[in-house]
Write a protein that binds this ligand. Sequence first.
Ligand SMILES: [Zn+2]
Length: 169
Amino acid sequence: MPDFRVRVTKDYTVFCAGHFITYEGDRCEALHGHNYRAAASLEGRLNADHYVFDFVTLKKILRAACDRLDHRMLLPLHNPLIQVADDGREVQVVFGARRYVFPREDCVLLPIANTTAELLAQWLGGEVRAALEERAAAGGQSLAALSTLEIEVEETVGQTAICRMTLLG
Ligand SMILES: [Zn+2]
């Protein structure tokens, strides 16, 4: 039996967010933003109803993950060049002589090294995977027949990073 894949991307699986990344060792971009668009794919065997996974559920899960990043400043917690200090009310971000202060509620502090499209895709993949596992544990579709989850993050038109992760059932 061949493997099949389903993929969802909708007008609402998007997030508008601010960020800056470090690059070439010690350089850092100026603060800017993107209208990101995400897609999620699941690969696996067909279930008893002859589909890989319910499109509606996958869309909802991906949207919920995107909503966590929408209209926020995305900040990496594990970048050795960017210090992020959260006092619960404000977040202070320091890169060399540059200092930014944001309201805490406007920020998402991510356990990643850089807010590249690749690592945002990996983070979204973790959120989607956790939601799939949670639904399966609550009696939803089992992950046993699913082999791979793939998340795409388009940072700007024609510029997409893809993170592919194996699902171990
Ligand atoms: Zn950017």
